[in-house]
Design a protein around this ligand. Structure first.
Ligand code: ADP
Ligand code: NA
Length: 333
């Protein structure tokens, strides 16, 4: 009944990380290449402003994120590439979903609890409502699948709850129950300074993350200084038990090479970490430096990026306008 369609987004909240790249963007590209689904990829600027953003920085970061998508292999002809605020139906459906979702559901979101911290009273209302807007981002396309990192699993479950409640309340079968696609060796890339915390663009700890714009020396230095596990590499995954920092570096290596963790361990068994980190740095530089130089080239022509996004918004609205109209009709508007 529903066209196989993939939607996913990334916040332009400053710098793309290796976590975004391995957990999300490489999957966006492989889905586009597979040709099994229509693919829609989004810079979610409306989500970014749930926490304070400096206006010029937000504008810059949105273009830079778009350059990152393009440099990594998203083709704006084969995929629809958009910036969220330029497709107003996202926010319009988001409001409807604010009225479908329950306060209790939102209060249980672990990301809300993490980000609001102990001072929820001071958090923006948008930060609390964020997952309802995310559900709208997905469902305004009737997307059937969402490739994401593990940190987004709970939000996709909430998206299904919102779709199911809408369908039930209005006695329709209008919104699909979207499936998350969480696979590969790097569904959760961890901080290089603390293997128990996710690598994030908003982590202030110096050296905790690799940015796609880092130059070769910076990448090598960050891996060299990554938290080190003194033990040599084991022959199988079982030997990584209780070694989150070691496991993280091996996962990153496997994901960058597109191989399994077991295959990487078999090859490097018994190697000391200092040596492995050097191999990892070389591999990361080899994979990431073509992307960062292409990003820099694209950023020299921001008008071209703006044209690509304007064109993406036009194409997106061919899908979103009819779905919003039908939603309003169902609701009685
Ligand atoms: P961030 O947390 O870096 O601000 P976003 O919230 O914009 O990133 O997430 C964009 C995409 O990148 C999502 O699909 C998310 O699951 C994925 N992602 C973010 N951080 C990681 C990570 N450390 N490991 C794997 N995937 C990640
Ligand atoms: Na996130």
């Amino acid at each position: 009944q529903f066209t196989p369609r993939v939607f996913s987004g990334i916040q332009p909240s400053g710098g793309l990380t290796l976590g975004n790249y391995l957990g999300a963007i490489t999957k966006f590209v492989s889905t586009q290449e597979a040709g099994t689904h229509e693919t829609i990829y989004c810079m979610v600027d409306l989500h970014a402003i749930t926490v304070p953003q400096e206006p010029d920085a937000l504008r810059h970061n949105t273009r830079e994120l778009c350059a990152g998508f393009l440099a990594a292999g998203i083709d704006p002809e084969r995929s629809i590439l958009i910036n969220q605020s330029q497709v107003p139906e996202h926010a319009q459906l988001g409001w409807v979903f604010n009225c479908v979702a329950r306060m209790g559901w939102m209060g249980r979101m672990t990301q809300w609890k993490d980000k609001a911290g102990k001072n929820a009273e001071a958090a923006s209302l948008g930060l609390f409502a964020y997952p309802a807007l995310m559900a709208a981002d997905i469902l305004i396309y009737h997307a059937t699948h969402v490739p994401v990192g593990e940190d987004q699993k709970q939000h996709i479950e909430l998206t299904r709850d919102i779709a199911a409640k809408f369908n039930h309340d209005y006695g329709v079968d209008f919104f699909p129950l979207t499936e998350p696609v969480i696979e590969g060796a790097a569904t959760r890339v961890m901080s290089l300074r603390d293997g128990t915390k996710k690598m994030s663009k908003s982590d202030p700890v110096d050296g905790s993350r690799i940015n796609l714009t880092d130059d070769a020396d910076t990448i090598a230095k960050k891996f060299r200084k990554a938290k080190t596990d003194p033990d040599p590499l084991p022959g199988s995954v079982a030997g990584l038990e209780g070694r989150p920092d070691a496991r993280n570096l091996v996962n990153i290596y496997a994901a960058l090479e597109g191989r399994t963790v077991d295959a990487v361990l078999a090859e490097h068994e018994g190697a000391m970490f200092g040596h492995f980190k050097q191999a990892l740095a070389d591999l990361a530089v080899e994979k990431l430096s073509p992307i960062s130089s292409e990003m820099a080239r694209l950023m020299d022509d921001p008008a071209e990026i703006d044209r690509i996004l304007a064109r993406g918004a036009e194409r997106a609205r061919e899908i979103t306008v009819p779905i919003l109209e039908r939603t309003y009709e169902i609701v009685g508007m």
